[in-house]
Design a binder for this molecule. Structure first.
Ligand SMILES: [Zn+2]
Length: 245
């Protein structure tokens, strides 16, 4: 069995294990997605403090076990303190982190995805106005994650017939926008949502954070979520909790 490994990780989520421990789901720069046990973290006298809370960036020492790593050291790198105090910021972080987990296999290094996720949390920590599920930043982060995973939707022509006709629908099965002739079973889409999608792909995360939340971004996010669900076979729980079915 290999020895202990150092890794820089974003804590995606955490769940209790037994009386005193937790399992943390990590997105690491060096090992990709990985789950690890943190012993004693739920005791009131825990030496871990809040270091392994979701959305923190930490430098870890991980001991490999049969199926899980065990965290033996943790040093804080980033705490997104403001994000933690804002309900919509927390919702947004949960949506993006769950999507990153769903789009990446375990134990494969994903440096670009790691950087993208960390940058997204940094932008979210500067504050978003309006609802997470109508946020251009959340939409943009999801699209950029899909791009890294190889699932960016087709937005510049009809995903079914290739024509440049006006987009009238969004089809998860076809992988993007479709024209009127191909709209068949696609979900109808408004011109505003088409524009929100194009914007979210072409603009930086910092730029998207400055744009106001809008129903069009919300509609586009629901379409992108359809594509995510089609490709991964699972729907985002965090999105349902935030109010999108
Ligand atoms: Zn078509």
């Amino acid at each position: 069995m290999p020895g202990p490994q150092k890794a820089r990780a974003i804590v995606l989520s955490s769940r209790p294990l037994g009386e005193a421990d937790r399992i943390v789901r990590l997105f690491t720069r060096e090992l990709g997605r990985a789950d690890a046990v943190v012993k004693g973290v739920r005791k009131t006298t825990s030496r871990w403090g809040g270091r392994l809370e979701p959305f923190n960036v930490v430098d870890l020492l991980l001991h490999p076990g049969r199926s899980l790593y065990t965290v033996t050291q943790a040093q804080l790198v980033d705490v997104f303190a403001r994000l933690r105090t804002e309900r919509e910021g927390l919702s947004a972080a949960a949506i993006v982190c769950e999507a990153a987990a769903g789009l990446t296999p375990e134990h494969e290094p994903e440096e670009r995805m790691f950087a993208l996720l960390r940058n997204t949390l940094r932008e979210l920590d500067k504050g978003i106005s309006g609802r997470a599920v109508e946020s251009p930043l959340v939409l943009g982060a999801l699209l950029k994650l899909l791009y890294e995973a190889g699932y960016l939707p087709v937005l510049d022509h009809c995903a079914a017939c290739g024509s440049g006709g006006r987009a009238l629908g969004f089809s998860a099965a076809r992988g993007g926008l479709v024209c009127g002739d191909c709209a068949g079973e696609a979900v109808p889409i408004t011109p505003e949502a088409v524009e929100a999608l194009a914007d979210a792909v072409s603009r930086s995360l910092a730029d998207l954070r400055e744009r106001p939340s809008s129903p069009a971004a919300g509609e586009a996010l629901r379409d992108v979520h359809r594509l995510y669900a089609y490709q991964t076979g699972s729907r985002l729980r965090a999105l349902r909790i935030a109010g999108v079915g």
